[in-house]
Design a protein around this ligand. Structure first.
Ligand code: GDP
Length: 367
């Protein structure tokens, strides 16, 4: 067994079976004197962070360890998957440490979305989850937008202490950290070798200028993420590279929209009306009569209605209905991990279907 090896970088226990999980090192490297896990190896040699995942228990252990240290916690969420990328319970574990909430992937937002409204919404949602962030900011790690500002803010908020970056898989945590490394260190090499003092937290250390450090934590798999239910090749449909183009539909009562086979929106009653869909451009929207919708899904999920792919249907959760009575003009129905539909007029009854476990919520429009 590999049990007696640990990484000279982060101290994690080495394993050679699961490349995407923490502590992986190829079998061929185990004969070396100083064994280093792949995550540390890449940071050391390529200045690049690679995300690895952890079980829930191990992740809680890490959070607990952070709670016992002092520092700034930077929590990354995907603004298109706020609920799906939320790590619940974090507020209990971080102790008295301040949390900076960073919403990633702002480049996908249509220009018409008011970022201040999105920030207000994130603050309210965070509060509802029991978290009171010291601030909320928006970035695009892919494009580098907002990164310098966040780097400066982090530097101010951390008060000379360490920084711990947490986030669940797919939020763009490694993209974010890799940008930060470039921003903070410029062209300098980041060499990480020292153990986290005291315990082994499986954290990767990225030294900052003044003797403190930024720590990358492994990601946690959040089973509420839509992303887990579709083929890896289709993930890029959910994480588009381009700004979303809103699509307007004039609907009569009892008409249905399908977003690929991932979600469904029934316009139940309220007279003819217009809706705006903020769904990644590559996801096809199919319109049908409500009375034909069940049948269409049954027959065409995995084909006309994709993603999911036919091969993934067995693992794809059933679509669960969520009913809403929309009382105010300009209301969003949000499908976590997919996008949202803005209902422009009040007094409409709708039913939104999402895969079991995936959240559907209602909010005041961000436009
Ligand atoms: P991690 O699992 O949290 O480390 O996530 P990754 O950094 O691997 O990113 C997950 C996916 O999101 C990848 O396909 C990235 O290209 C994409 N991504 C990350 N940051 C951004 C961003 O700011 N904008 C967009 N459009 N995509 C992003």
């Amino acid at each position: 067994s590999d049990n007696h090896y640990s990484c000279i970088g982060c101290g994690v226990q080495i394993q050679s079976e699961l490349p995407n999980e923490i502590g992986y090192a190829p079998l061929s490297t185990l004969e070396k004197e100083n064994i280093i896990c792949q995550r540390c190896f890449r940071l050391k040699n390529y200045n690049e962070i690679q995300d690895v995942s952890l079980t829930d228990d191990d992740f809680l252990k890490i959070l607990h360890g952070i709670g016992e240290s002092e520092g700034l916690i930077v929590k990354i969420v995907d603004i298109f998957d706020f609920n799906g990328s939320w790590i619940s319970g974090i507020q209990r574990f971080v102790g008295g440490n301040p949390v900076l909430l960073v919403g990633n992937k702002v480049d996908i937002l249509p220009k018409s979305v008011k970022q201040q409204k999105l920030i207000q919404w994130m603050k309210r949602e965070a509060k509802e989850q029991g978290l009171n962030p010291i601030d909320v900011c928006l970035v695009s790690s892919a494009r580098g937008k907002g990164i310098r500002e966040v780097a400066e803010q982090i530097d101010e908020l951390r008060n000379g202490q360490n920084v711990y970056v947490v986030g669940c898989t797919n939020v763009g945590k490694s993209t974010f950290i890799n940008r930060m490394i470039k921003e903070v260190t410029g062209e300098k090499d980041v060499i990480t070798t020292s153990h986290y003092p005291g315990t082994t937290l499986d954290l990767i250390e990225i030294p900052l200028d003044d003797g403190t450090a930024l720590y990358d934590t492994p990601g946690i798999i959040n089973h509420h993420q839509m992303a887990h239910y579709i083929d890896k090749n289709d993930l890029k449909l959910l994480t588009p590279k381009k700004e979303i183009k809103p699509k307007v539909f004039q609907l009569n009562e009892r008409q249905t929209l399908f977003f690929g086979g991932l979600a469904r929106f029934d316009y139940v009653s309220g007279g003819r009306t217009s809706l705006t869909c903020y769904i990644p451009n590559e996801i096809m929207i199919h319109r049908t009569k409500l009375e034909n919708a069940d049948d269409l899904y049954e027959k065409h999920a995995g084909e006309l209605l994709n993603p999911p792919r036919k091969d993934d249907l067995d693992h794809f959760p059933e679509l669960i209905p969520h009913e809403f009575m929309v009382k105010e003009a300009k209301t969003d129905i949000v499908f976590s991990g997919l996008g949202w539909v803005t209902i422009n007029e009040p007094g409409k009854k709708v039913t939104a279907y999402a895969p079991k476990g995936v959240n559907v919520t209602i909010r005041k429009s961000l436009i």
